[in-house]
Design a protein. Structure first.
Lengths: 224, 245, 228
């Protein structure tokens, strides 16, 4: 092996890379929020809408979960201009991730809706609660407890998913890693450091979400 | 010389002591039963003997040979001579009754298949299950599963059979068929070490009975002595409570 | 846009292009299936070693745990880069296909090791105790008692990961592997409209992935029903 590892050249870029990690978290967060809105509409549509709405939403879900996010973003970035919709790389990534997330979050939230047992609702009713009280004191806490783990997991996955934004020039963590690589040519060192940052960021995020889920929502959460 | 000698045996689950200074001996062909309240350490004693829980202190001799529960070779040897039947039968779910009985003799004891299968059929017939050889555990009742478990333990040709509350998980109407199998074994002279709540059965089949409480052997004696003339206060307490049923 | 698509379609779906796309689909499938099979074998091995007793295995267990936890938390693009440049550093002159294949195998092993671990854990502890009391060795217990019961719990999630890998391999286009996404970029560069190209690529991924997803769901139902 006639290559000597020189981490020294790369560690100076740590703050630069860390800022990229922060951007990754933000992009994932925005897409997650957008996805939650889509997911809520989709879950409600499938649970309470008619047969045709259910089929339409199911088609959306099935399509976006069986195709790669990368190609979805390619389509948005390269094909939409043909109909006059010009998006910046950042916007295209965000839209793609939001639509993709919406599909997964539709199914997650639908499972949450289905998990509310009729018995709980009936018991609440016999205790004299009106609809709003039932929702607030019985349904919502239950749903949050059931949904918090898969939603947290989805967010962590999306944070890792932001990595492909680098392909479009967005300067989140992987994008910045490519930049540093181009400047220093210390490829292994840069990407090892980047990998390390992803691991650290996901561990911290898992821990924080785990603690919040456990102590605020009483959900069964892993802390690691 | 007694077949099994236990001296000063102590064990704990983590920081909690479950057996304290237990001493006992079994002669060949004896049937010794352990009775006592829940948590008294009866089942734990059997688990320690078969090597599922390492003892903290004390010694066990099998036919004069001292057992070492920390070394693999010694554990393997003792499990060739002692077999255990659990409360939850613990049959291997992916195998039929016959396969459950034959798997260990063939794969572990390395005995020839034809010989093992013949013996397995005989054992299953002995416990009254010749028509269930190819049934899977989920197709058998609790009592039937427990009898398969007994046949499985016997197929190992043990010198001592440990029976850990083998009827406690069964519906009442299924208990007798299992007790009958055990009576048969006792009559044939197999050394049995039984933990049970079935007091009538214990009284009838045991040569000696030991009362345990809080991880210790409180009193040891013949069935009539323990049940009719208990000497210790706690024994009397326990006997009094169970007889009131 | 539609006029352009209609105009280009016949040329796009011409003989040579179709062969090209089919070959690219084959590469995508080969990468995912190959990675999945290797991942199943190695992941199983990793799970077995991690569960084994014996102080002498401790350093290996530690290392495997580290690798499994790491590769589950690194984006696939970064894994690809690590393997790509890692090969360079080690002076291994292997094809980019190998780089992609090794990368898929790495993450497959990491994820499947976890699936196997939880599958083995799902078998009741009593089965282990009983086998141990009957003098079964660790490997014998796995082989005759645990795995025959655990595989039904292990297989469906492995199948879902297979489908995940099909989507992940799209990133291999970045290092030049001629899989489906790369084929799309090539055709787009040749002048075909992006909507036609990437629309078709999305469709092809769907055709590859959806039947497998349905099969996986059916398999899961079947196996769950035949369990206890």
């Amino acid at each position: 092996m006639n290559y000597t590892l020189q981490f020294g050249q790369v560690t100076g870029y740590l703050p630069y890379l860390a800022a990229g990690a922060w951007l990754s978290l933000q992009i994932a967060f925005l897409a997650f929020c957008g996805g939650m809105v889509l997911g809520l509409l989709g879950a409600m549509g499938r649970s309470f809408g008619g047969v045709w709405l259910d089929r339409l939403i199911r088609a959306y879900v099935v399509f976006f979960t069986n195709t790669p996010q990368l190609v979805q973003i390619y389509f948005i970035f390269f094909a939409l201009p043909d109909v006059g919709i010009l998006l910046s790389p950042y916007q295209a990534v965000l839209l793609g991730m939001t639509l993709n997330a919406g599909a997964y979050l539709t199914e997650i939230q639908r499972a949450g809706f289905l998990s509310v047992h009729r018995n709980e609702m009936e018991a609440a009713e016999t205790l004299g609660m009106n609809l709003w009280q039932r929702v607030r004191y019985v349904v919502l806490p239950h749903i949050m407890r059931v949904l918090f783990p898969p939603l947290s997991n989805q967010y962590i996955l999306m944070t890792l998913g932001t990595s492909m934004a680098a392909i479009f020039g967005v300067e989140e963590l992987t994008g910045r890693a490519f930049n540093v690589n181009a400047e220093t040519f210390r490829s292994i060192e840069v990407f090892s450091l980047t990998a390390g940052l992803y691991i650290v960021v996901t561990l911290i995020a898992t821990l924080i979400l785990g603690l919040v889920g456990r102590y605020w929502f009483r959900a069964r959460m892993r802390l690691v | 010389m007694p077949q099994l000698v236990i001296e000063g045996l102590s064990a704990s689950y983590g920081p909690i002591p479950v057996l304290e200074d237990v001493g006992l001996s079994l002669e060949r062909g004896e049937v010794v039963s352990l009775i006592g309240p829940s948590g008294s350490g009866k089942s734990t004693l059997l688990r320690v003997l078969i090597g599922l829980l390492p003892p903290k202190a004390g010694t066990v001799w099998l036919d004069g040979e001292r057992l070492d529960y920390r070394h693999g070779a010694s554990l393997r040897r003792l499990r060739e001579r002692m077999a255990i039947v659990f409360q939850q039968y613990n049959l291997f779910q992916n195998m039929t009754a016959l396969q459950n009985v034959t798997i260990a003799p063939i794969k572990v004891q390395k005995r020839p298949r034809t010989e093992v299968e013949a013996e397995a059929r005989a054992l299953l017939a002995k416990v009254g299950l010749s028509d269930k050889l190819n049934a899977y555990p989920d197709q058998l009742s609790g009592g039937q599963q427990q009898r398969v478990a007994i046949a499985r333990a016997l197929a190992l040709r043990p010198e001592i059979l440990l029976l850990d509350e083998v009827t406690s998980a069964l519906d009442p109407e299924l208990v007798n068929e299992v007790l009958d199998s055990i009576r048969l074994l006792a009559a044939e002279g197999m050394t049995l070490f039984i933990v049970s709540h079935e007091m009538g059965f214990v009284r009838e089949v045991s040569t000696r009975v030991a009362f345990m409480a809080d991880g210790r052997v409180v009193e040891l004696g013949e069935p009539a002595a323990i049940f009719d003339r208990p000497r210790e206060v706690r024994t009397r307490d326990f006997i009094g409570k169970i007889l009131r049923h | 846009m539609w006029e352009r698509i209609v105009e280009e379609a016949p040329r796009f779906f011409g003989y040579y292009n179709l062969i090209f796309l089919l070959k690219a689909m084959g590469v995508t499938f080969a990468l995912s299936a190959g990675g999945c099979v290797v991942g199943l074998v190695l992941g199983f091995g990793v799970a077995v070693v991690r569960r084994a007793d014996g102080a002498w295995l401790a350093p290996l267990r530690w290392l495997l745990t580290l690798l499994v936890e790491a590769f589950r938390r690194i984006p696939f693009l970064v894994t690809l880069m690590l393997v790509f440049f890692g090969f360079q550093v080690l002076n291994l002159d292997l094809s980019i296909f190998s780089v992609a294949l090794v990368s898929v195998c790495l993450i497959a092993t990491a994820f499947i090791a976890e699936i196997v671990r939880s599958g083995l854990d799902s078998v009741h502890h009593n089965q282990w105790d009983t086998a141990m009391a009957m003098n079964f060795s660790y490997l014998q217990t796995l082989r005759y008692v645990i795995v025959p019961q655990a595989w039904k719990v292990i297989l469906p999630p492995v199948f879902s990961f297979f489908i995940l890998f099909i989507k992940d391999t799209a990133l291999a286009s970045q290092i030049g592997v001629v899989e489906l996404t790369y084929a799309g970029k090539v055709l787009n560069n040749r002048g075909f409209s992006a909507a036609l190209v990437f629309g078709s690529i999305l469709l092809l991924y769907f055709i590859l992935s959806y039947p497998l997803a349905r099969f996986g769901a059916w398999l899961e139902q079947r196996l769950a029903a035949t369990r206890d």
